[in-house]
Design a protein. Structure first.
Length: 137
C-alpha cells in the first residue's frame, strides 16, 4: 500500500515539468521567431507608408526606379525616362535614396603605381590552364 502512494506522488510531479517544458518551448519560439518577424514587418510597413515622389527604390523583383506618384495602395515608378509603371506598395523592397537626400561620393585614393603592372618576364603569354586529354598516337 505504501509503495502505491509513493508511485502516485512521483508521477504527479512529472506533469508539472512537462507543462514547464512546453511553456518554455513556446516562449523561445515567440522570442526567436514571431517577435522578430513582427518587427521586420512593422519596419517594412513604415518604409512603404513614408514613400514620396523622388525616392529611388528597388522592388522585390529587383527593378530600380524613382517614385513619381503615390496613391492609396499603389506607387507610380519611373523606370526609365518616359516609362512609368504602377506597383503595389508591398512590392517595394527598399528605399535606396530618399528625395532631397544627397549621397556623398566615396573617397578613393589614387595609387602611385599601377598595381597590375607586368615585369619583362611576365610579358610572355601565360600558360593555358586547359590540359590536353586526347589520346596521343
Amino acid at each position: 500500500m505504501r509503495e502505491a502512494s509513493y508511485a502516485q506522488a512521483a508521477g504527479g510531479g512529472g506533469d508539472l515539468s512537462f507543462f514547464l517544458i512546453i511553456a518554455l518551448f513556446f516562449a523561445v519560439f515567440y522570442f526567436f521567431m514571431i517577435r522578430p518577424q513582427q518587427k521586420r514587418r512593422r519596419e517594412a510597413q513604415d518604409m512603404q507608408n513614408t514613400l514620396g515622389p523622388g525616392d529611388q527604390i528597388v522592388t522585390i523583383g529587383g527593378l530600380h526606379g524613382t517614385v513619381t506618384g503615390v496613391a492609396d495602395g499603389e506607387v507610380l515608378l519611373e523606370i526609365s525616362p518616359g516609362v512609368e509603371v504602377r506597383f503595389a506598395r508591398p512590392a517595394i523592397a527598399k528605399v535606396v535614396q530618399k528625395s532631397g537626400e544627397v549621397i556623398p561620393e566615396p573617397d578613393v585614393d589614387t595609387p602611385d603605381a599601377e598595381p597590375f603592372a607586368r615585369s619583362a618576364d611576365d610579358q610572355a603569354e601565360p600558360e593555358s590552364p586547359v590540359t590536353e586529354t586526347r589520346k596521343q598516337d
